[in-house]
Design a binder for this molecule. Structure first.
Ligand code: GDP
Length: 205
């Protein structure tokens, strides 16, 4: 492990772009359908139980949460700060309309023109790998993603799949990462990948 997260804290919740922290340090945006396991993953990644949940006020689920995350490089002992940006889950409504009309519109300002975003981490449920709304989100991000930004598909709850199903999933989604919060599978790999891309400027996977 060349670098790991040694500190993480809540910065602020923003409901409009003016409330976002000033642009400066590199940012990782986490997005996914409600219940995909985003809070659990953020807590696993940062080794902070309750970090993601703590900041979320019930009934105010549409806020964007910013976290200050510190990585420490093993070899040099050097520390690097980045932001984790936790977007509201989408697709919660009984029948989600096309994401264009809700989620996309309200989040446009946060994700389209913020050049400090280095990486979009799109969480998808390994048990439902071909949800239309997820395909729409992927295609939407592809319409504006810049040359200095990466997109990464991460399938959660991989503990629910057997080997054969996992194989099929990775065949259908080459380049995707598979994780399990429950079994702590793939978490360190993601932790490292984020460091390499955001801090070291590594090429997109
Ligand atoms: P969020 O709405 O995306 O923030 O999702 P949560 O982190 O709150 O998780 C939603 C539900 O999925 C909870 O009941 C979690 O315990 C469960 N969950 C999260 N990660 C995993 C995982 O890796 N495996 C399994 N089996 N369940 C998980």
């Amino acid at each position: 492990m060349p670098a790991r997260i040694v500190d993480a804290s809540f910065v602020t919740s923003a409901s409009k772009i003016e409330e976002a922290p000033p642009e400066g340090i590199g940012e990782v945006v986490f997005l996914g359908r409600s219940n995909v396991g985003k809070s659990s993953l953020l807590n696993s990644l940062t080794h902070r139980k309750g970090l993601a949940k703590k900041s979320a006020t019930p009934g105010k689920t549409r806020l964007i949460n910013y976290f200050d995350v510190t990585y420490k490089e093993d070899e040099t002992g050097e520390k690097y700060r980045i932001h984790f940006v936790d977007l509201p889950g989408f697709g919660y409504a009984k029948v989600s309309k096309s994401m264009k009309y809700e989620w996309q519109r309200s989040l446009n300002a946060f994700i389209k023109n913020r050049r400090t975003i280095r990486l979009f981490v799109h969480l998808r449920d390994a048990r439902h790998p071909n949800e239309r709304i997820d395909d729409e989100v992927r295609d939407y991000i592809a319409t504006f993603i810049g040359p200095d930004q990466c997109y990464l598909e991460v399938f959660t709850k991989s503990d629910k799949l057997n080997q054969k199903e996992l194989g099929a999933l990775l065949r259908d989604h080459p380049g995707a990462l598979v994780v399990s919060n429950l079994k702590k599978r793939g978490i360190e790999k993601l932790e490292r990948l984020i460091f390499d891309i955001v801090i070291k400027g590594a090429p997109c996977p």
